[in-house]
Design a protein around this ligand. Sequence first.
Ligand SMILES: Nc1nc2c(c(=O)[nH]1)N[C@H]1C(S)=C(S)[C@@H](COP(=O)(O)OP(=O)(O)OC[C@H]3O[C@@H](n4cnc5c(=O)[nH]c(N)nc54)[C@H](O)[C@@H]3O)O[C@H]1N2
Ligand SMILES: Nc1nc2c(c(=O)[nH]1)N[C@H]1C(S)=C(S)[C@@H](COP(=O)(O)OP(=O)(O)OC[C@H]3O[C@@H](n4cnc5c(=O)[nH]c(N)nc54)[C@H](O)[C@@H]3O)O[C@H]1N2
Ligand code: SF4
Ligand SMILES: [Mo]
Length: 725
Amino acid sequence: MPVLEKILKQKTGPLTSELLLRPAEFGLGKLPRNLETDATTTSVCGFCSTGCQLKLHLHEGEAVGVTPSPKYPVNLGMACPKGWEALAVLNSEERATDPLLDGEPISWDLAARIFTDRFKEIQKEHGKESVAFISTGQIATEEMAFLGAFSKFGMGIKHGDGNTRQCMATSVVAYKQAFGFDAPPYTYADFEESDVVLLIGSNLAIAHPILYQRLARNQRNADIIVIDPRATETTQIATQHLGIKAKGDLPLLYALAHCIIRDGRVDEEFLAQNTEGFEDFSEFIKDYSPEATAERSGIASDEVEALAKLISDPSKRVSMWWTMGVNQSYEGVRTAQAIINLCLMTGNIGKPGTGPNSITGQCNAMGSRLFSNTTSLLGGHDFGKPEHREKVSQILEIPEETIPHEPSWAYDQIIDGIESGKIKGLWVIATNPAHSWINQGRFHELRKKLDFLVVQDMYATTETAKTADLLLPAAAWGEKSGTFINSERRISTIKQVRHAPGKALSDFRIFQLLSNTWGCGEMFEKWSSPPAAFELMQRLSEGQPCDITGIQGYQHLDQEGGIQWPLPLEGGDPAQEKRLFADGKFYTPSGKAKFLFEPPATLAEPTCEDYPLTLLTGRGTSAQWHTQSRTNKSKVLKKLYPDILLLDIHPEDAAKLDLNDREPIKISSRRGEITAHAHVSTSVKQGEVFLPMHEGNTNILTHASFDPYSRQPSYKASAVAVQGV
Ligand SMILES: Nc1nc2c(c(=O)[nH]1)N[C@H]1C(S)=C(S)[C@@H](COP(=O)(O)OP(=O)(O)OC[C@H]3O[C@@H](n4cnc5c(=O)[nH]c(N)nc54)[C@H](O)[C@@H]3O)O[C@H]1N2
Ligand SMILES: Nc1nc2c(c(=O)[nH]1)N[C@H]1C(S)=C(S)[C@@H](COP(=O)(O)OP(=O)(O)OC[C@H]3O[C@@H](n4cnc5c(=O)[nH]c(N)nc54)[C@H](O)[C@@H]3O)O[C@H]1N2
Ligand code: SF4
Ligand SMILES: [Mo]
């Protein structure tokens, strides 16, 4: 049978019931055979990076119900509304069921040929670099690795980045520079093991509800300090809320370091043995007294002094957790490193209840950090190192010349490339940039400059899918198998428990199909199934800090309740909860962690007379996911969030503008104008307003500024004006 036909026949792969008959091929092992009755299987949730495991209840081979897995070490029997509704969002009229060319259904065969012909024509006319892709942290790791390998080594694409740039690029760079590898050091049990917990720019109750539950289980009478401009839902659990000014974090964190060093409350032994750059940092930090920084941070000096004492108390285990309030900033990397610096100087790393801990966002953002082949070469390697290119070429049996010598452009540079005419063809996989990218108006303008836009999504109706020349219908979570990696480095399986609708194919099969029509099918012959790809990933990881050569297939992952990296073949630690750096050894050439610092910059877009309010944006409710393509398909979830766009505004500001609660308003920035309703609330300070990111328009307002090291967009502080309509 010709390869193409074979792939099309395979569709998304057999259902679990059929997989059971072929455990050797798909590595799923022994599940109950009779799925007609009360069989269940498990799969890790496909929304957030917490990585809860769900139990799927099957009837006649198809999943019909979900409950949280009671014994899984992550969620311990809990799930948030999105997890409970994970199956409901699959059933929708808006699912993409056929490949669409200019909105008209076509066959897969034709779609694959058009994909190939159009992109090849563009590359011929404008050079190989004129085609780029934007991918995601929301498909299986095997799929990401396949996409990264096929696009770069097969299609010759140089520039491809992920929506993860919007999300955790800052943490990646911060860790890489400080530790020598992108290595979040913690395990979730650290929430329960801490005496002091700092949550910096993280609205855990909404964004990671099950981690919030884990924190609530802390039995150590912990001090919980929330550092957020807003009095968020998360402050309900806090013993203290520091209502910092927007982007006042770096001055505050430096002031804390100032007090600790001034008072000699550092862990001398740890500093001497395991770090470098501390002396320069001590010198630098002298200028950042609590008095000198109070104006910028908005935090009074006595509060800073007290917090400095608390986090440097040697009898306490201190953990510091951060998310988008830190990462999405024009100085995110240095801010994250200021957190790392505090943990290093107090020796709060590598032990239970400690750590500078970045919580990531999407279900498989951590998979993309290691295997998307965008910023780092497959397996956390370096495109610039000849020995790394050689290793990858040998394992994958591909010519070394096909491997680029440098990482791709970042997302914003790809967007700029569209503007300057360098990028003419774009392939968008499992992300919705027409809604989520910063300064959205410009994105819409630039769409017109693209000669060919391919969108690969599970729905035909996303803002981006609607503008596609070619839409490729994708199977979703629940309709395919593979692995995800959660925030604490835990690798777990997802399983196919549903048929994909219509002609939708799993992303894995789509890449297989496209690599064949592109003419490089032979190069990817080894990528025959997700488990085969997993084996390649394991070999790629060998000798890296993320070495997972000790995992014996998907079944092993299921038996162990997921496995945190690393697990090398020899001498790996099989414990169910693992943290990094217990031995004080880091991945830098010297084995020491680095102090990195820089004077704080000024706000990228300060308020002014015309735009007197600072707009903060972020997650609205635990029932809403990003651009809502999935969560607005569930009737249950829709009941859990407001049906109008609400802008949180302080009562004093509302009074000045003569606004009542729920009154229609206009919000404008230098980029554009949108309508919403006022939500008068003391959750925001005077001078600041908050919009959730889930409605289509929020990013019309946002000001595009970027961290210079991570190129992560600063979504969280733009100048706006509000008026009644
Ligand atoms: N329900 C739900 N959960 C999600 C998601 C979702 O869409 N919906 N998305 C997932 C993803 S991909 C991500 S990345 C995470 C995001 O998770 P979080 O980062 O926790 O969520 P956000 O609401 O974006 O931002 C967190 C907080 O940062 C605060 N903030 C804004 N500016 C500043 C500042 O200058 N300093 C400080 N200290 N704080 C500031 C905001 O007020 C907000 O409360 O959530 C994940 N989980
Ligand atoms: N103003 C503002 N903007 C923000 C943020 C903010 O805090 N404020 N946060 C930013 C952050 S942290 C993030 S992560 C981004 C998220 O931004 P996006 O990535 O654009 O948001 P999603 O809605 O998650 O888009 C995922 C898309 O993939 C599709 N999809 C889901 N599963 C699959 C699959 O298995 N295969 C395929 N092919 N498609 C699938 C979904 O239907 C959806 O269209 O938004 C960013 N934008
Ligand atoms: S907390 Fe995250 S992983 Fe857990 S059920 Fe909710 S969305 Fe899924
Ligand atoms: Mo994110």
